[in-house]
Design a binder for this molecule. Structure first.
Ligand SMILES: Cc1cc2nc3c(=O)[nH]c(=O)nc-3n(C[C@H](O)[C@H](O)[C@H](O)COP(=O)(O)OP(=O)(O)OC[C@H]3O[C@@H](n4cnc5c(N)ncnc54)[C@H](O)[C@@H]3O)c2cc1C
Length: 489
């Protein structure tokens, strides 16, 4: 993209002047324009500590008007802006580059729940509302906001929408995109688009909100959203199931979808080693089953009938699967506390890998029926490359989405192992491509997969994306060089 500042450097290539920084600080007030390195630190490194950036200033605006005012100044002065929500993103998109030329804009103070309307099953929340708080507000109104993921205590609605987050309830409710009816967005030039409509039907031209969802902060800054609510199920049944292999898990998935007695909301696949890591590193965790199985699934079914009506069908489903040899053993949670304990094991699987050394990550999807083949083929390729590497696979089988992680061989050198990141990626992504899958199922592209994007998208797709970026952010100030390369890094 060519810069409109014919004699000016591209945004992100030089540090903003003292004068520009003073103008930006004046928008939010000195207490919310952070220049102190210690106070900046939590905003400059991410959860996996793969990217550590630098910035002259972290801005914490209070409302939509302040976000818009920041963007107006940034656009006029060619200042690169990195939007940041809860900083739980896993592809480095929310972290500024190491150059120290980009200003970080944190949305955490836009944390009001504006309205919850059970009569229309909608709620309007600001971008900085933490996902768990949005869930709680829905619950208080007797409704369900179903988006659910391991980071829900920290991630924010703006970040969820900008990454089109998935999580554990996509099977029944869809991903963040499917849960959004309207948006309010501060545009790159400082105007505000009020698209906060709660309509279920609205065929009036291009559906603009869809462009901002999943855009990773490269097209505008989301300041508020109208989200869909759902009736709260009366009964939620959860089971932890041991089985021999992913093929058995796919058979159980089909049986559960047909016969579970309610709506299948979650179907999570987990390899034994992932559970082993949790049992080793998560205080107070215990194996829900007596025997050890190579694979497990965590099933959740939600129903609008009383539990007494649904439980027998759920039990019958599992009993039948046991009789047919599809599953080896199953424990149905007897209480919400037991169900929470099972979910705690699943939720810890990302975190505990850190204690086992370096881990090479893949967030991939393939058609559900191809998951077993994907795992078999990818395992073979990884074993050929690094024989002692430990594959730690788990994920949302119901969506064909596997987090295929490769932990370093025991006793090996962490840095030497991580140096093989691209090599391992190439093998695993090769299998994904052969099976018609995606190299980013739910975490996005960000910085981590930016240079892979042109290898999986056609020239036509890349050109359309470039044109959209140029139309919404002609000066290239919004999260430059994330998702799309702009040739400054
Ligand atoms: C333990 C753990 C488990 C996870 N599980 C899942 C999972 O199951 N499914 C899943 O999809 N993800 C998962 N994630 C990834 C992460 O939680 C999601 O990507 C989440 O949606 C990011 O939200 P955030 O508020 O932390 O955004 P950030 O990390 O702060 O930002 C992510 C991106 O959104 C942009 N952004 C943030 N706010 C705005 C805004 N208001 N306007 C415009 N752009 C903005 C940033 O610039 C960046 O590009 C997990 C992460 C962790 C640490």
């Amino acid at each position: 993209m060519t810069s409109p500042f014919s004699n000016s450097p591209r945004p992100g290539t030089t540090v903003p002047s003292e004068e520009v920084l003073a103008r930006l600080a004046a928008v939010v007030g000195p207490a919310y324009a952070i220049t102190n390195k210690e106070q900046q630190a939590p905003h400059l490194s991410e959860w996996r500590e793969r990217y550590v950036g630098a910035t002259p200033m972290v801005l914490r605006p209070a409302d939509t008007a302040q976000v818009a005012a920041i963007l107006k100044i940034a656009n006029e002065t060619g200042t690169a802006i990195v939007p940041q929500g809860g900083n739980t993103g896993l592809v480095g998109a929310q972290i500024p580059f190491e150059s120290g030329n980009e200003v970080v804009v944190c949305l955490g103070r836009l944390n009001k729940i504006r309205t919850v309307d059970p009569s229309t099953n909608t709620m309007t929340v600001e971008a900085g509302v933490i996902l768990a708080d949005a869930q709680a507000a829905a619950e208080e109104a007797g409704r369900l906001f179903p988006l659910s993921l391991g980071a829900e205590g920290s991630c924010q609605i703006g970040g969820n929408l900008s990454t089109n987050a998935g999580g554990t309830a996509v099977l029944a409710y869809g991903n963040a995109r499917d849960l959004t009816l309207g948006l309010e967005v501060a545009l790159a030039d400082g105007r505000v688009w009020d698209g906060l409509r709660g309509l279920r039907k609205d065929n009036t031209g291009y559906d603009l909100k869809q462009l901002f969802i999943g855009a990773e902060g490269t097209l505008g800054i989301i300041t508020a959203a109208v989200l869909k609510l759902f009736p709260k199920p009366r009964a939620v049944l959860t089971a932890f199931v041991g089985l021999q292999d992913p093929r058995a898990a796919v058979r159980l998935l089909h049986a559960a979808a047909a016969k579970a007695g309610g709506t299948l909301t979650s179907f999570e696949l987990m390899q034994r080693i992932a559970l082993d890591f949790v049992l080793k590193h998560l205080a107070g965790s215990r194996d829900p089953l007596n025997a050890v199985y190579p694979w497990y699934v965590l099933i959740e079914v939600a129903a609008f009938d009383e539990e007494a009506a649904v439980r027998p069908r759920f039990e019958a489903l599992l009993a039948e699967a046991l009789a047919e040899g599809i599953v080896g053993d199953a424990a149905i949670a007897a209480s919400t506390a037991q169900a929470a304990g099972m979910w705690r094991l699943r939720a810890a699987m990302s975190e505990v890998q850190k204690h086992e050394g370096g881990s090479i990550k893949h967030d991939v999807s393939v058609p559900v029926g191809s998951v077993p083949e994907f795992l078999e083929r990818a395992d073979r390729r990884v074993a050929e490359l690094i024989p002692e590497a430990r594959v730690v696979a788990f994920g949302h089988l119901g969506d064909g989405n596997i987090h295929y992680n490769v932990s370093q061989p025991l006793g090996s050198d962490r840095q030497a192992f991580l140096a093989r990141w691209e090599e391992v990626n190439a093998e695993v992504h090769g299998v994904v491509a052969a099976l018609g899958g995606s190299i980013s199922a739910e975490h996005g592209i960000g910085r981590m997969k930016r240079d892979l994007l042109p290898t999986v998208k056609s020239a036509v797709e890349m050109e359309m994306m470039g044109r959209i970026k140029a139309a919404f952010d002609p000066n290239g100030i919004l999260n430059p060089n994330k998702l799309l390369r702009q040739d400054t890094h």
